[in-house]
Design a protein around this ligand. Sequence first.
Ligand code: UDP
Length: 326
Amino acid sequence: MRILVTGGAGYIGSHVAKALASAGHTPVVFDNLEMGHRWAVRWGPLIEGDLADASAARAALEGVEAVVHLAGYIFVGESVKAPSKYYRNNFVNSLNLLDAMRAAGVRDIVFSSTAAVYGAPEKVPIPEDSPKIPINPYGESKRFFEQALEWYGAAYGMRSLCLRYFNAAGADPDGETGEAHEPETHLIPLVIDAALGVRPPVGLFGTDYPTPDGTAIRDYIHVTDLARAHVLGIEYLRSGGASTALNVGTGSGHSVREIISVVEGISGLPVPVNIAPRREGDSPALVALALRAREALGWEPRHSSLEEIVRTALAWHRRMAKHPPR
Ligand code: UDP
């Protein structure tokens, strides 16, 4: 199948494109290259375009049978300071894509949603039917689009699978793509780069959370496992699966301090750390109840031990430090 992958030049998107190509599909990447990279588009054609441009979205759907929609801004902290940017890009521009799909008669969409739709949940691990009360505009912009998908499904027969990502981490085990955000705000790459001495000491945001070691807990999922969930998700929709939302996580949480100590153990290098206040918009703990994705998609994590996540990420960042891809 020819599958449009919006945001396919990004970190998760490039892994999704690779996974789709390995499954025999043609990933057509649609990306404005604001955050994505031309070098990360290796598994199918690139259409350079922006979803703010409704006509570009319509043109990109030529010959396409299904869509994986990942384009969007991703930074929680930034979203608190610039909500307008997040609502517009992640919600308003995404509606252009949905309307273009309607016009083109493309019904199936896998959407990159996030654990941030749950806000600061009372119940952890978090089941999919937990209340959706985002605590930052990033999570809310994703929640809005999930909601739009529900209504578009009821009114226009669109079929959607929302994948609520927990913390994507690690890099392609073959070293063909990996994380390269600028600015980088994610924990694992910052900890690794601090160990490698290519970035300053990492700030540890908050040591007073109600967790065993006082630092925040996240569910880290290997990006290759996450990518496979999209391939299975497309197949699920194409074979008549009902629209739904699924958590994509491991079901196990790790604290910030644990990440730092695993990076130190695997790299053999000390990680310089500065204790800092909590970051605005952050939840104390986000861990998936990860059963429904297994049931619905037959998906399960294969590469998501903390050891494999850190090992593949370390290999990628070592290479990036020496030979940044172009
Ligand atoms: N974090 C941190 N220092 C950093 C970046 C992140 O202590 O420089 C913490 C952050 O507060 C959160 C966890 O690490 O508790 C994961 O943050 P990340 O930005 O990687 O992902 P998020 O959970 O925000 O999507």
